[in-house]
Design a protein around this ligand. Structure first.
Ligand SMILES: NC(=O)c1ccc[n+]([C@@H]2O[C@H](COP(=O)([O-])OP(=O)(O)OC[C@H]3O[C@@H](n4cnc5c(N)ncnc54)[C@H](OP(=O)(O)O)[C@@H]3O)[C@@H](O)[C@H]2O)c1
Length: 345
C-alpha cells in the first residue's frame, strides 16, 4: 500500500515539479470521485486550464465556482455534453482540440448505476455507454493531444475510475453485455476497461494509462437509481456509510489526494519518453504495469494505489493469450461506427 503521507509528499511536489498551465479534461466531475479529484488537483496545479465535460450546467457552475476559490489563477471551461452519446462526446472532444495543442491529463469518472440495459438512441448498451464506451472514446479522440503533451512536457496521462484489479473473464458471445447478469458483467466489464486501455497504451507508448478502483467512496452514485431496488440500494448504502463508513469507506479528502497522486506520480510512468510526472519520493519504487512488467505504461490499480493480485493477473494473461484484446478493440471500433452512423442527433 502506498501510505497517505507518501501520497501527500508526492503531491506536494506538483507546484514545482510540473510546468504551469497544465491542460486537463475532467469528464464526470460534477460530483463524487471526479469532483474530489478535480478540487484536489487545482489546489496543487499552477495556472491549470480545466475542461469540465458535464451534462448539468448548474452542477458544473457550482464546481467551477469552488475551483475558482481554490485556485483563482486557474481557467475553467464548461463543455456541455451527454456522455452517453458518442456523437456528443466527439463534439466535446472537438471543442478541446480546436482550442488546445496538447492535453496533459484526462480524468474519466462519468457513469451511473443503472439496472436496465436499454439501448441508447445510438444503439449502445446504456449500462456501458457513459461508463465504458465514451471513456475509451475520449481517450482515443484526445490521443494526439496527449501524445503532443508527452513530447514537450513531463505529464501525459489518462485515469479511468472503475474497478481496476477486479478483472474477470470476458464473455465473447455477448461483448456488449446486453444479456449478462450483474454479477458476470462486473468482471467482464473490468477486463474490458483494462484491455482497452492496454490497446491505447500500445498505440501511444509515451502516454500512461491507469484503470483503478477507488474503494467505497461517498458520492451520488447510489442516489436516484429508479424503482424499488434503487431505493433499497440507496437505503443500504446510506445506512452502511453512517454506521460503518469510518472503517469501510475511503474518506473523500483521501480519495482526492490518492487520485491526484495517480494522476501525477512518477510511479506510473509511460512505457517510453519523458512524461513521467513528478519524481518518485524517497524509498518509492516504480509501479508494475497490468502486464506484470515494471513501468509498462498501463496500470490496473486498487484503492491503495497497488496493482492486482495473482487471480486478476492470471485472468488477464489468459485473455491476452486468446487474442481477446484485439477482439475487444474491434468491438469498440464497431460500436463507435454504429453510434456515429446512427441517425440519432
Ligand atoms: N463511489 C464508489 O464507491 C465507487 C466504487 C467503485 C467504482 N466507482 C466508479 O467510479 C465512477 C464515478 O463514480 P462516483 O461515485 O463519483 O459517482 P457520482 O457521484 O454519481 O458521479 C458520476 C459523475 O458522472 C456524471 N455523469 C453520469 N452520466 C453522465 C452523462 N451521461 N453525461 C455526462 N456526465 C455524466 C455525473 O454527472 P451529473 O451531475 O450530471 O449526474 C457525475 O458527475 C463510476 O464509474 C463508478 O462505477 C465508484
Amino acid at each position: 500500500m502506498v501510505s497517505l503521507p507518501d501520497v501527500r509528499a508526492s503531491n506536494a511536489q506538483i507546484p514545482t515539479a510540473l510546468p504551469k498551465g497544465l491542460v486537463a479534461v475532467f469528464a464526470g466531475a460534477t460530483s463524487g470521485i471526479g469532483e474530489y479529484t478535480l478540487k484536489t488537483f487545482v489546489k496543487y496545479a499552477v495556472e491549470p486550464r480545466i475542461y469540465l465535460f458535464a451534462r448539468n450546467a448548474s452542477s458544473a457552475e457550482r464546481v467551477i465556482a469552488d475551483c475558482r476559490q481554490l485556485n483563482p489563477q486557474g481557467e475553467y471551461v464548461f463543455v456541455k455534453v451527454d456522455l452517453s452519446l458518442v456523437k456528443d462526446t466527439d463534439r466535446a472532444c472537438e471543442e478541446v482540440k480546436s482550442k488546445e495543442k496538447l492535453v496533459n491529463l484526462a480524468v474519466l469518472s462519468a457513469g451511473e448505476l443503472r439496472l436496465d440495459r436499454k439501448p441508447t438512441p445510438e444503439g449502445l448498451n446504456s449500462f456501458l455507454a457513459a461508463s465504458t464506451y465514451t471513456r475509451v472514446r475520449i481517450a482515443q479522440q484526445l490521443l494526439p493531444l496527449l501524445t503532443a503533451a508527452s513530447k514537450t512536457t513531463s505529464l501525459a496521462r489518462v485515469i479511468d475510475v472503475g474497478r481496476g484489479t477486479k478483472e474477470g473473464d470476458i464473455d465473447l458471445s455477448d461483448l456488449a453485455g446486453f444479456e449478462l447478469s450483474l454479477m458476470s458483467l462486473r468482471g467482464h466489464l473490468t477486463s474490458m476497461h483494462t484491455l482497452a486501455f492496454e490497446a491505447l497504451a500500445q498505440q501511444a507508448p509515451s502516454v500512461s494509462f491507469i484503470h483503478e478502483f477507488p474503494g467505497a467512496v461517498n458520492s451520488n452514485l447510489h442516489k436516484g437509481v429508479p424503482g424499488l431496488l434503487g431505493s433499497l440500494i440507496y437505503v443500504m448504502t446510506t445506512v452502511t456509510y453512517w454506521t460503518l463508513g469510518r472503517w469501510l469507506f475511503v474518506p473523500t479528502e483521501e480519495c482526492g489526494e490518492r487520485h491526484v497522486f495517480l494522476a501525477t506520480s512518477g510511479r506510473y510512468k509511460p512505457k517510453e519518453g519523458q512524461a513521467a510526472g513528478v519524481p518518485l519520493i524517497e524509498g518509492m519504487t516504480e509501479g508494475r504495469g497490468s502486464d506484470g512488467q515494471v513501468g509498462s505504461g498501463m496500470y490496473s490499480l486498487n484503492w491503495d494505489c497497488e496493482g492486482p493480485g495473482e487471480e486478476a493477473d492470471k485472468v488477464l494473461k489468459g485473455l491476452r493469450q486468446k487474442g481477446v484484446k484485439e477482439v475487444l478493440w474491434n468491438h469498440f471500433a464497431e460500436q463507435f461506427e454504429k453510434a456515429t452512423k446512427s441517425s440519432a442527433t
